[in-house]
Design a protein around this ligand. Structure first.
Ligand SMILES: NC(=O)c1ccc[n+]([C@@H]2O[C@H](COP(=O)([O-])OP(=O)(O)OC[C@H]3O[C@@H](n4cnc5c(N)ncnc54)[C@H](O)[C@@H]3O)[C@@H](O)[C@H]2O)c1
Length: 218
């Protein structure tokens, strides 16, 4: 399954849980398409490629679709996450209550600076040295990096050696698995997030569109 498809399926799943919370039982491909910004035909194609049941007239049963999507995506009850670097970005993520609704739980933060360490809070912040033990004891598979750029690669190595398999990196350095994702013995997946780059990309696309050169929909 390619990355774009996985992302779309994840988005469908989020919309489905919102629709279910509103008391709806069925949904149509055009509802889902509108909600995530793709055509209804692509929604139907995605679902039929994955043998997800539904039809153009009756739509899809939300419960059935959710269950099938969970199975396809390998949905895990344990969406426990840790954050390394509890400064502005790390703290903002730790305070974001909405993650709860998506089943994501930030179990702890880790920081190199003693003044940020505090285990009396709802989400405790521990010294960095505690990370390997915490990861093992709490079966943590995903970690977020929110440290300064200069510390990102060292934190990345620490996470990987502790057994973390999925890393979301906010530092403005492109991190990747040693030897490439495919051959890395640690077999981890890294997502680099760079909002600055995304904004720059958006301006670039706007400029291209306004100058009549092209319009891209990414
Ligand atoms: N992805 C984006 O679009 C985006 C946007 C803004 C900033 N950033 C990046 O996100 C990162 C965090 O930004 P911020 O504004 O929250 O920074 P910040 O300075 O507020 O916080 C960084 C935290 O990391 C801690 N730290 C430093 N070295 C560490 C180490 N080796 N191990 C553990 N903790 C360590 C510091 O004590 C601090 O609490 C930076 O790399 C910044 O460039 C990314």
């Amino acid at each position: 399954m390619n990355k774009e498809l996985i992302l779309r399926l994840t988005k469908y799943k989020r919309i489905l849980s919102k629709l279910k919370a509103l008391g709806l039982e069925r949904v149509f491909s055009n509802n889902l398409g509108d909600a995530i910004g793709v055509s209804p035909a692509l929604v139907r194609k995605d679902f039929s490629n994955l043998n997800l049941p539904g039809n153009k007239r009756g739509g899809y049963n939300i419960d059935e679709l959710t269950e099938r999507l969970d199975r396809v995506l390998g949905y895990d009850e344990n969406q426990n996450v840790i954050i390394v670097g509890c400064g502005r970005i790390g703290t903002a993520l730790m305070r974001f209550d909405e993650f709860h609704h998506e089943g994501i739980r930030i179990k702890a933060g880790f920081d190199a600076s003693p003044e940020n360490v505090d285990n009396s809070t709802e989400i405790p912040v521990y010294p960095l040295e505690k990370l390997p033990e915490f990861v093992k004891e709490n079966d943590i598979r995903v970690g977020i990096i929110a440290v300064p750029d200069s510390a990102a690669s060292q934190v990345f190595d620490l996470m990987v050696s502790a057994g973390i398999k999925g890393i979301l990196n906010f530092a403005a350095v492109e991190l990747k698995c040693a030897g490439g994702d495919k051959d890395c013995p640690a077999n981890c997946t890294v997502h680099n997030v760079n909002i600055g780059l995304e904004i720059e990309h958006l301006f670039y696309q706007l400029n291209l569109t306004e100058s009549g050169i092209g319009c891209e929909d990414t």
